[in-house]
Write a protein that binds this ligand. Structure first.
Ligand SMILES: Nc1ncnc2c1ncn2[C@@H]1O[C@H](COP(=O)(O)OP(=O)(O)OP(=O)(O)O)[C@@H](O)[C@H]1O
Length: 807
């Protein structure tokens, strides 16, 4: 705590800043609403004031400049309105708590020390001469996060500034009143962090600006790496740092980077709702948010049914052990591997030489162009041309062929039949087309005359000898052309979309017997379950369905053959829960966003999907995705979410993970063995009531899979537990209360208390499920309670007998 005198000085300064904010708000508010009216007025008058006159060239020019002028005026007013509006909003946001930190810094070579107050945004006094508050993202503010009092420095566009930090202070301010002031010698005082972390969980994630830790700050401000990889233990603040980083980038590059040029790939739609308030809280717009599944659906959903990752994990967790299961699991691993990625790349090269598969173009039950014709045309192109480019040439060829075939088709009998059934509208269309054609041929500009002539002809009147335009002959030929053209339209559209390539067949062909597969792909390491994997994949394909593990390789192959799509607008891609993506998916993202930098955040300790990628191993495909010189890896080991007691328990579940608990004390986890399922339910209900009475209000009953969620939901409800919320993969909003959910949906989110419904050895015994169990337990901030009706899962190594209770 600081002295009473210092406290008083601080409160006086706070009053001064609050007063300054109030008076500038009062000044700006009427201006902003005035501007809003002006802009609306200009919009309304826009067309009234502009008289469109195109009689002469000068008139036209005048009109053009008048529009331009109005437009410039409007956009200037709008810009100024936007800027003032933003200033007003940021001042209003600052008002209750204008800053959270202060550093006193004496720059080398100067004889005085400057007081830098740091808050969520900048605020200057009336004449904009003095900064009363510095935005946390300014270069000078970085020292607050990076240094303790003593020698310190920061980077500016003009170079490094060095000096001495003489004071570092933290504030808790509510409604313009100082609540707490801490002087700190640590980088960021533990006291403030203790207080923040001790609070209850929210339905929405909070911003951490006031307590960003040094290592998190390096993530937030990294502006060099093309690829920034963050491997961080559960609760180490990866998601928090990612969102602060978005806010930082938007601030630093505000003149050229907009929120919609940043994309976040999230683990599930509910997560989107969980993180959606952080950026608005910081005065920034939200970035785009999506899931990889959405992307797959977008490109493949119209032709194939794609299993989603949750269906896949449900299978992995619930299906009975059998040969088929082993094969599917082995397939999941193999299809997500780099080996398979290379196999597909080699397969594409092989296809450049032989084996390409096409779908013939059918028309009225006939084959217009056969697959064989396409194949021989395709392989007639120069082999040095890239596969996708050759495919482009073939597409051009097909379109030309269709033009020829379309012409030939006009004399077919079916066309005559169709002519007899044309309706009035189609006739009218033909006449209007004829009219245009006639106008072009005659090159006459007298529309009236033309109309009369054509109209006359329409009524059967003769045209003069010199007018040789034979309308009836022309009419029939035009109608024939129209009819055939209409029928050929879908053929052309399909050709343009590369529908003539048999991608299903190409992917299917890949799953050939061992020797053929090796020959086509140069692959040496084929899983021993290969025949069964082939059978399963082919069966699925025959129904135009794809396993989740097949969807990305399938799309990858499709793009190797057709050419890849790219999005050059996006500049930053964030991948949260990055361990859950396969090498394929990363190659994809790199190709899809060629101008973007990538930030991947994840924890291999929580890798619950079979397609997992290790983020930090030297030979991790992620580390090799971009050039080594462009790649940075940052490790976070300190865990902030859970109490020390919970972290000590959870880290024993994963002996190889490096996790350091933050020193926040709480109750030890409680392991309760109940005599029956009913007794367990009764105990859970009683525990929930106690936890509520203690003041907690966000709870999760976490289960292994969806079936167990439903069962526990029903059992607990039947025994009188009300207001339970059953979370499924379709749930899109995150709310407080008691949620019942499978562990894989609890990824990335947190609760005051977590209750593991069934921690028995019967439910969790496979080594592959250890990380799932760990993920579930690490969702707890303050309390962790585990229940069983049988033996405890072997992952629990707790020797502390005081944790165990029996009913
Ligand atoms: N510097 C910080 N100051 C205050 N709170 C923090 C800080 N860093 C992390 N936290 C808090 O710790 C909790 C966990 O953070 P976050 O969800 O970002 O971690 P994570 O690494 O993404 O976790 P997980 O991988 O387990 O999903 C959140 O409540 C967050 O607010």
């Amino acid at each position: 705590m600081i002295s009473a005198k210092d406290w008083q000085q601080e409160q006086e300064r706070l009053d001064l800043v609050t007063e300054g904010l109030r008076s500038q708000i009062a000044e700006l508010e009427p201006e902003v609403s005035g501007l809003r009216e002006q802009v609306t007025d200009i919009r309304k008058q826009f067309w009234e004031e502009v008289t469109v006159n195109t009689s002469t060239e000068e008139d036209f020019e005048e009109t053009f400049y008048s529009i331009k002028q109005q437009e410039a005026l409007l956009s200037e007013r709008e810009r100024s309105h936007r800027q003032r509006m933003q200033r007003l909003k940021s001042m209003k946001r600052l008002l209750p708590s204008p800053y959270f930190g202060r550093i006193d810094f004496q720059e080398d070579g100067t004889g005085f020390s400057e007081q830098i107050y740091i808050g969520a945004s900048s605020f200057a006094d009336e004449d904009a001469m003095n900064f009363l508050v510095y935005d946390w993202r300014t270069p000078i503010a970085s020292m607050y996060y990076d240094y303790s009092p003593g020698p310190s420095d920061y980077d500016t566009p003009g170079g490094e500034i060095t000096g001495e930090m003489t004071l570092k202070r933290q504030y808790q301010i509510t409604d313009g009143q100082l609540q707490n002031v801490f002087d700190t010698s640590l980088t960021i005082g533990d006291e403030l962090l203790q207080q923040v972390l001790g609070k209850g969980a929210n339905a929405q994630m909070k911003s951490i600006v006031a307590t960003i830790q040094k290592e998190q700050n390096t993530i937030i401000r990294n502006d060099k790496s093309r690829m920034l990889i963050v491997q961080g233990a559960a609760g180490s603040g990866k998601t928090s740092a990612a969102l602060q980083r978005v806010a930082y980038l938007l601030y630093k590059h505000r003149d050229r980077l907009k929120a919609d040029q940043i994309v976040l790939f999230s683990p599930n739609p509910m997560f989107n709702s969980y993180v959606s308030t952080v950026l608005p809280e910081l005065g920034e717009e939200n970035m785009q948010q999506t899931t990889f599944q959405e992307y797959l659906e977008y490109w493949l959903g119209s032709t194939m049914r794609i299993e989603d990752p949750f269906e896949q994990i449900e299978y992995a967790l619930t299906a009975n052990l059998s040969e088929e299961y082993e094969a599917r699991l082995s397939g999941m691993h193999y299809k997500a591997s780099e080996n398979f990625l290379h196999a597909i790349q080699s397969y594409a090269l092989w296809l450049g030489e032989e084996g390409m598969r096409f779908r013939s173009i059918q028309f009225r039950g006939r084959e217009l162009i056969t697959a064989e014709q396409m194949k021989s045309q395709f392989y007639s192109y120069d082999r040095s041309i890239r596969l996708a480019n050759r495919m482009g040439l073939l597409r051009e060829w097909l379109l030309r062929e269709l033009t020829t075939l379309e012409r030939q088709e006009r004399d077919e009998l079916w066309v005559q039949d169709e002519l007899n059934y044309l309706d009035n509208e189609q006739y009218a269309e033909a006449y209007s087309a004829l009219l245009k054609k006639y106008q072009r041929e005659e090159a006459v500009f007298d529309f009236t005359k033309q109309y009369e002539e054509v109209y006359g002809d329409f009524r059967g009147q003769e045209l003069g000898e010199e007018n040789v335009f034979d309308f009836s002959v022309q009419e029939e030929s035009l109608l024939r052309r129209m009819v055939v053209k209409e029928h050929f339209k879908p053929l052309r559209r399909d050709v343009k979309r590369f529908m003539f390539i048999d991608v299903v067949g190409l992917y299917d062909q890949l799953f050939s017997e061992d020797a053929t597969f090796r020959r086509m792909t140069n692959e040496t390491e084929v899983p021993k379950e290969w025949p069964a994997i082939c059978k399963q994949t082919k069966e699925k394909l025959s129904r135009l369905e794809l396993f989740y593990e097949d969807a990305t390789p399938y799309l990858y192959l499709k793009e190797l053959v057709e050419g890849a799509r790219t999005n050059t607008m996006v500049r930053h891609v964030f991948v949260d829960e990055g361990q859950d993506y396969s090498p394929f998916q990363y190659v994809f993202l790199k190709r899809l966003f060629p101008r973007a930098r990538m930030t991947v955040l994840g924890d291999f300790g929580q890798a619950i999907f079979p397609q997992a990628t290790n983020l930090q191993e030297v030979d991790s495909p992620l580390i090799r995705l971009y050039d080594e010189s462009e790649t940075s890896l940052i490790r976070l080991v300190q865990s902030y979410r859970s109490t020390r007691e919970i972290v000590e328990f959870t880290r024993a579940l994963l002996p190889n993970e490096e996790i350091v608990p933050f020193q926040r004390a709480g109750r030890k986890p409680c392991l309760l063995k109940a005599g029956s399922s009913e007794k367990r339910a009764a105990r859970i209900i009683a525990d929930l009531a106690d936890l509520k009475a203690e003041g907690f209000d966000s709870f999760a009953i976490i289960t292994k899979n969806a079936a167990e969620s439903l069962e526990s939901y029903e059992t607990l409800t039947a025994q009188g537990c009300e207001t339970l919320r059953l979370i499924t993969k379709e749930t899109i909003t995150f709310e407080k209360g008691i949620a019942v959910m499978p562990a894989y949906l609890a990824k990335g989110v947190e609760f005051d208390a977590v209750l593991i419904y069934d921690a028995s050895s019967q439910t969790y015994h496979r080594e592959s499920e250890r990380k799932l169990f760990y993920t579930a337990c690490t969702r707890a901030m303050h309390r962790l309670l585990l229940y069983t009706t049988g033996e405890w899962t072997p992952y629990i190594q707790a020797v502390d007998t005081s944790l165990y209770e029996e009913e």
